[in-house]
Design a protein around this ligand. Structure first.
Ligand SMILES: [Zn+2]
Ligand SMILES: [Zn+2]
Length: 191
């Protein structure tokens, strides 16, 4: 085992001794803890030390302990279309098996494929982190139909009047006009 010893005083570590390794025994874990570090990416993340609400049932099974339940966290990020700040509540399901040391499951599985107990101690952090990160949007949006920014002036469409438009002298010249603007800047954002 390569991981360092778990600290029983850590808010994310649970002592499962009361389960007594008797299959079918259950215990409830309800905790409010601060995120040990930022989870996710800057575009959308649960910030470090923001509150995580953990509500799990631990069930002893023959090979280990099954953690099953829900985690709630506050996430923040930036809309991918209009760059407005986003605040959102993530409510995700957790279901993870922690294998007993020396169990067949532990011995036949690579170290990084399964979570394991250390003695009676179990670390909730990897299960909670995985569940939250998996639930995060790849393209966060302030709302599903966010219209984004006007490509000409960069102002959010939400702040512009319905008839907002940029003067184009004549449709036939619009294309040429664009080329001229790109030329003058020397840079249209593309190479
Ligand atoms: Zn938006
Ligand atoms: Zn505009």
């Amino acid at each position: 085992m390569t991981s360092s010893a778990l600290n029983p005083a850590s808010p994310m570590v649970v002592d499962t001794m009361e389960l007594g390794r008797s299959a079918g025994a259950t215990m409830q874990v309800a905790r409010e803890v601060g995120a040990p570090e930022a989870l996710g990416l800057d575009v959308f993340k649960v910030p470090e030390s923001s509150p995580l609400s953990i509500d799990l049932t631990l069930t002893a099974v023959s090979e280990g302990v099954l953690a099953n339940g829900e985690v709630e966290a506050s996430a923040e990020g930036e809309c991918a279309r209009c760059l407005a700040p986003i605040e959102d509540t993530l409510r995700v399901q957790v279901q993870e098996l922690y294998a007993y040391e020396g169990s067949a499951t532990e011995e036949t599985t690579d170290a990084d494929e399964i979570l394991r107990l250390q003695g009676d101690l179990l670390d909730l952090e990897p299960a909670v982190r995985d569940a939250l990160v998996l639930a995060m949007p790849v393209t966060p949006l302030c709302r599903p139909d966010c219209p984004g920014l006007c490509a000409e002036c960069g102002v959010p469409w939400d702040e512009l009047p319905d008839d907002h438009r940029h003067e184009t002298v004549d449709p036939r010249w619009a294309a040429l006009d664009k080329l001229r603007i790109v030329d003058a800047d020397g840079d249209d954002g593309r190479k």
